[in-house]
Design a protein around this ligand. Structure first.
Ligand code: ZN
Ligand code: ZN
Length: 397
């Protein structure tokens, strides 16, 4: 098969990329409500002659059967917007008050649709198969896990999986790839301290839940500093605290909640256990008791090293040697693409969307977030080339 220049082809489709991105941008939909977006995705994939399946409510899978038995590669885009009002002064700003594509998922969807278009030209020659995953609800409860539970990674079994995310810290025209730890796992904890109420002037007759919770908060600070390897990174944040009734009543109850962020599965289990033990131990030592509820959120996102190498090689080939930002620090933010990476090796990479000259500098989740649309052909070409390279490399053995 001759060398394919996906970037030139994607640049020729820039108008179409911009049209799709702006259409979705103007009509943002929150997690599990992506009805318009998924109908658009489904119609587009079907217009390319691809078989489509609906999964996890508003999720869509496009299935591309190439040549021979071959491997199957999965490419994923998320589709949901955020509950935020768009304050950009542009003609393609959100038409829906209180909803906005402020994380770039509109761009992810546009890039993957056009990548599918680029790839279908070579359906008769590509050795293997491709699944295009259009996922709901990355920003809320997560659409990745329900898609996987409904069989997205099977029949045909997906051997490798890739996704991109807009990054406002990287210049448009570049991509960023990290080997190994890329995003954190998030767990939440909710705590109720039970004490005993009495008159505020006779504290010895009660158990003051306010004083107990103060000690609990202090003790939790020592987990990161004393229980975690200093070269590892962990966050234990208490974001909510509530308790008490009146200035002269000893409180019999106090509540707090927080989030735990960890970058490795081993550290995750250690910190979860320490948080629970510390809260119960401190409360018990002071004569109170504590109910602790720990809830698991998205897992750690860990890029497979050889798959990250494949993305690096693709970036250098498609964009040039100096256009790949290597191994920037992992983020303690979360990303539910991690669930796909628990099922198959793969990599999550960053698509540069920043352009200071155009005033495109605002961070994701900001009401002024935008992308340099010159990044769209880059994203589409990267996805198409990654799938092609993976399948060709696998066919060569
Ligand atoms: Zn986001
Ligand atoms: Zn996002």
């Amino acid at each position: 098969m001759p060398e394919i220049d996906y970037l030139s082809q994607a640049k020729e489709l820039k108008e179409e990329l911009v049209r799709i991105r702006r259409d979705i941008h103007m009509h943002p939909e929150l997690g599990m409500e992506e009805h318009r977006t998924s109908a658009l995705v489904e119609a587009y994939l079907q217009s390319l002659g691809l078989e489509t399946k609906r999964v996890a409510g508003t999720g869509i899978i496009g299935i591309f059967g190439g040549v021979g038995a071959g491997k199957t590669v999965g490419l994923r885009a998320d589709m949901d917007a955020l509950p935020l009002s768009d304050e950009k002064k542009v003609e393609y700003a959100s038409c829906v008050p209180g909803k906005m594509h402020a994380c770039g998922h509109d761009a992810h969807t546009a890039c993957l649709l056009v990548a599918a278009k680029l790839l279908t030209q070579y359906q008769a020659t590509l050795p293997g198969h491709i699944k295009f995953f259009f996922q709901p609800a990355e920003e809320t409860d997560g659409g990745a896990l329900p898609m996987i539970e409904e069989g997205a990674m099977e029949s045909p079994h997906v051997d490798a999986v890739f996704a991109l995310h807009c990054d406002e810290s990287i210049e448009a025209g570049q991509v960023g790839v990290t080997h190994g730890q890329t995003n954190a796992a998030a767990d939440t904890f909710e705590v109720i301290i039970h004490g005993k109420s009495c008159h505020g002037a006779a504290p010895h007759e009660g158990i003051d839940a306010i004083v107990v919770v103060a000690q609990v908060i202090n003790a939790l600070q020592s987990i990161v500093s004393r229980n975690v390897d200093p070269v590892d990174s962990v966050v234990v944040t208490i974001g909510m605290l509530r308790g008490g009734y009146k200035e002269n009543i000893i409180a019999d109850r106090a509540e707090l909640s927080g989030t735990i962020r960890t970058l490795s599965p081993v550290t995750r289990e250690i910190v979860r256990e320490r948080v629970e033990r510390t809260i119960k131990g401190v409360a018990g030592a002071m004569g109170a008791s504590a109910e602790v509820r720990l809830t698991r959120g998205y897992p750690c996102l860990i890029n497979d090293r050889s798959m990250a190498d494949l993305v690096v090689a693709t970036g250098k080939k498609v964009l040039g040697e100096n256009h790949v930002v290597l191994d920037s620090k992992p983020s303690l933010g979360v990303e539910d693409f991690a669930y796909f990476l628990e099922k198959a090796p793969g990599a999550f990479f960053r698509l540069g969307v920043k352009n200071e000259k155009k005033g495109i500098v605002h961070p994701a989740h900001s009401s002024l977030f935008d992308i340099d649309e010159d990044a769209l052909p880059v994203g589409a070409a990267m996805m198409a080339q990654i799938a092609t390279a993976y399948l060709q490399n696998s066919a060569r053995g």
